[in-house]
Design a protein around this ligand. Structure first.
Ligand code: SAM
Ligand code: SF4
Length: 335
């Protein structure tokens, strides 16, 4: 395939420069919104990309214009060879970032630095230990909170991701924003999204509008500063005047950011998903193992990308259990 042929541009002119790679379907937490209580059907081990395969596929994307790679999962840091993968990917000319639950982050500080990883997103859904433990079905709040402070102390750019769930953590929105008074972090409130087995219910969702209504009643209007969005930003960013950090809302459900989407996803078993909400996938790993050229498969997958949310262009379609249950659980997509 000719190098000048732009295989990462879709039929709506969107150029895909951001690849999210899920390294594993496993996790040391069990967040209720991410995976069903009974767990998920795991891919056989031999179907999971090894570190050379992760590198080879990633390099193909970088050769075609990907400039940013985020490693995710499951929990990427539970993978035994994660340091090897980081070191290999660090040799590519690409910005490398990671999403983690931070349970074991303290063991990776030097590796992150050596691999020039600056941007680290951490899931934290509650500032109350018992509630955190309830939603993650594990008792790691203290460890996680300590590790978040460690990342900040070590100079990383930290974003905290909180999935908002009505009557669970919506009463902590202002507490999360107040955390940014002294900490130079960005807290990002994420609208709860429907995936297979996560018991999504529209009534449990806290919308962008609801968050901003609360913000507007909790802070003076002249204190709330709207920050200019970066290109392809999925969040609407704000800060409170004088605070060291900022906050943002990711409104994938009520206000999707599909027009400027530059993201594609590679699952741990080597399948390309052209959209987080897409129920179809393109297997890259089997042809790679058979010695085939994966570029035409990538091109076809990108060209098949729908304009909005994997074809679920209305809220009604997104709410339909038959449609969203065709997708994987978030844990096996890699958020
Ligand atoms: N284990 C890592 C972590 O928790 O950050 C990386 C994987 S996790 C699947 C990536 C992101 O997806 C997390 O920020 C998590 O909050 C988000 N996520 C998972 N399920 C979600 C859902 N149903 N709606 C919105 N965000 C979700
Ligand atoms: Fe694990 Fe992250 Fe999913 Fe929580 S959100 S279960 S930490 S993969």
């Amino acid at each position: 395939m000719e190098r000048n042929q732009n295989i990462l541009k879709d039929t709506f002119g969107r150029q895909h420069s951001y690849l999210r790679i899920s390294l594993t379907e496993l996790c040391n937490l069990r967040c209720t919104y991410c995976m069903p209580a009974e767990g998920i059907q795991l891919s056989p081990r031999s179907h999971i990309m090894n570190y050379d395969e992760v590198y080879t596929i990633a390099k193909t994307f970088v050769d075609h214009g990907v400039t940013k790679i985020r490693l995710t999962g499951g929990e990427p840091l539970v993978r035994k060879d994660v340091s090897i993968i980081l070191a290999k990917l660090a040799t590519l000319n690409v910005e490398l970032a990671i999403s983690t639950n931070a349970v074991t982050v303290d063991r990776f500080i030097d590796i992150f630095k050596a691999c020039n990883i600056r941007n680290i997103n951490v899931s934290l859904d509650s500032l109350v230990a018992e509630k955190f433990n309830q939603i993650t079905r594990r008792n790691d709040f203290d460890k996680v909170y300590k590790n978040i402070l460690l990342l900040i102390k070590e100079g990383f750019n930290v974003k905290l991701n909180a999935v908002l769930i009505k009557d669970f953590n919506d009463n902590e929105i202002v507490d999360f924003i107040n955390l940014t008074k002294e900490l130079p972090i960005s807290v990002r409130f994420i609208e709860f999204m429907p995936f297979d087995g996560n018991k999504w219910d529209k009534a449990k969702m806290v919308t962008y509008t609801e968050v901003m209504t609360l913000v507007n009643t909790s802070f003076e209007t002249n204190e709330i500063i709207r920050i200019k969005d970066a290109p392809n930003d999925t969040s609407k960013n704000y800060k409170i005047k004088g605070y060291k950090g900022s906050f943002a809302i990711i409104s994938s459900v009520t206000n999707p950011f599909c027009d400027s989407c530059n993201r594609i996803r590679l699952t741990a078993n080597g399948r390309l998903k052209n959209c987080l909400f897409s129920s179809s996938e393109s297997d890259l790993l089997t042809p790679l193992r058979a010695g085939k050229n994966i570029e035409p498969i990538i091109q076809k997958a990108i060209r098949a990308k729908f304009k909005i949310r994997g074809g679920m262009d209305t809220l009604e379609k997104l709410e339909s259990p038959e449609l969203h249950s065709k997708n994987r659980s978030m844990i096996s997509i890699g958020g």
